[in-house]
Write a protein that binds this ligand. Sequence first.
Ligand code: SAM
Length: 239
Amino acid sequence: MVETYSKHSNPNMRRPVVQEGIVDFMRSQNQGLPDFLRELQDFAERENIPIIPKETVAFFRLFLQSIAPRSILEVGTAIGFSALMMAETLPKSQITTIDRNPEMIGLAKENFARYEEGKRIRLLEGEAQEWLQNLNGEQFDLIFVDSAKSKYVVFLPDLLNLLPKGGILIFDDIFQGGDITKDLADIRRGQRAIYRGLHKLFDAVDSHPDLMVSYLPLGDGLLLVKKEAAQVIFPQEST
Ligand SMILES: C[S@@+](CC[C@H](N)C(=O)[O-])C[C@H]1O[C@@H](n2cnc3c(N)ncnc32)[C@H](O)[C@@H]1O
């Protein structure tokens, strides 16, 4: 029994941002996953662990095979499902993944040890922001950010430093179950930091001349950002 998550955690993940019937239709799609990844999906569902949903898996598999990144960084490992899915999709790539939750780290380690794909996955334990600064000097062709949403904008400069020109950032869960366009006054106080952080992120990347941006309504929303210059500079105060 997993203690970190309950059926009440992450309610936004359960509120589709597109019509429910369309979501069901996309989730019925054959994602082409091997049995061991389907078993991990079933485990996550049983234990309420928030892993990427099936329509996002299908998109990742097609997208990753098309752009073929050699090195990937993930922020937010949980049980290691998405890291193993990326390793399985890209047999020649190296994956580095970060998590700070001891229960999730324990489960991820077990899963990485159990499957061959886990040999190409490096798990970094601890606070993402510290690791993002310590990884300085390394470069990743793609970075998938699936952790605390209010911190995305805080991570942004470090994330961009870890990408070469042409590299891609993907942020998950950016639509807050469809509430992201609501007035801040209509958002519960405890949730407002997440909304503020996400809007700051959108403002920072959206019209930046050196970034190319796309929002995708998959799961609770993906934000794709392509780095189009060797160095990306933000006006003071924007991140
Ligand atoms: C949504 S889950 C990741 C799911 C995983 N990417 C998947 O799809 O299989 C988010 C994870 O991010 C971790 N996390 C959240 N904020 C973090 C932070 N600031 N530093 C490190 N890990 C963080 C949590 O412990 C949790 O395991």
